[in-house]
Design a protein around this ligand. Sequence first.
Ligand SMILES: [Zn+2]
Length: 443
Amino acid sequence: MNRLSRIFQPITVVPKNANSTNKDFISRSQRLMLELGIIHQAVPGCFHYLPLGMKALSKLINLVDEEMQSIGGQKIIFPTLVKSELWEKSDRSNDMGPELITLKDRHNQNYILGPTHEETATNFLSTLAPMSYKKFPLLLYQITSKYRDEMKPRFGLIRSREFLMKDMYSFDVNENSALKMYENICVGYDRVFNRIGVEYCKVKGSSGTMGGNLSHEYHYPADVGDDKILNCHKCNYATNTQLLEEHVCPNCGEIKNVTVQNSIEVGHTFFFGDKYSKPLKAHYVDENNKPCVFQMGSYGIGISRILAASLECLSTEQELRWPDSIAPYNVVIIPPKRGSKEANQMDHLEVALYKNLENYLPNLKNNILLDDRTSLSIGRRFLDCKRTGIRFIVVLNKRSCENPAIYELNDIVKQEQLHLNENELVQYLKNNGKDLERINKTA
Ligand SMILES: [Zn+2]
């Protein structure tokens, strides 16, 4: 049984910004995640993930694993230490420059802490004996910590120096097959973002330091985002404004009927052909036994960034709101205060309810919490749970002593309070937690 009193959740107070032009401006998700013990800053841009944050993170990782594997991705781990000479061969060390974290080992060998692993993945294939074209396409991915020495780490997990990223690499034997692969991965990405459930925008990308031929970006609209997305309401085209000189739709030329919105990039797909396979000499052998270079793509999802960005999109100034799909807990049961008349009459009804909900709603297994801090009033515990972002709050009060027992259900997202018997409560959670269905395939 998940008991709130056992969960390590250090509550702190983060001083409010004097004003939004303050250069140390703190975003809403950052402040709430720090205050409510979801994360804790270790050094600027690096964070401890605490138990509630970890639980949300595991759900997100499971969800991404399922979708990547359903499109044929195979999970691996590349080492974080990458030989600097690989990045010199691909000519990227200059592009990234001071953002690369570099170090030397005791043998005076230069390394970087990988911010992304195109070179590593390509070099890996090049060190194998060239494999037959029949073995491809191949799709490898990992979910590991990446490093970027940000000049200004900001907004907690949104722009940090150490972050968790899902990075995936595709190897195809010709462009046709590579483009099919690209399409298929975009379908998988759409499924990931639909399942997370935060409204997103998919745009044609600017390739930045990746170079390359074809790319798409996935964005969450948010004021604190560093990107700007142009939406054309005439032809429904959307693009990153980095590509544009003015705010004119590049698809249909519309000027008036366009909006530009700040956003946070949370996913990215690239097709870049032989950009890495050529300099790093990654080959397969074709049907005539001739060595040929791979057509490649890379595909990122900002795992830790999504955690924060989804909270940035959904939360209020005072309270966290999680997408149902990754909320650490979906339901909390609050029994009466210890020693009250109701508590004495109830005889651990909350434990029976907890078990029944788990039985009738297997999707909720391990997603229900019992707020057993019964030295505190119901009101105080209610506010704590609401602030932490638990969507369904079930309160046991005087009416729960009736036969049959009546429970007070608060749906924080719908801002509804209902008085239901156990069957009705089960039914409500079944109908309204539609995302619970989808989560719990993964939880
Ligand atoms: Zn247009």
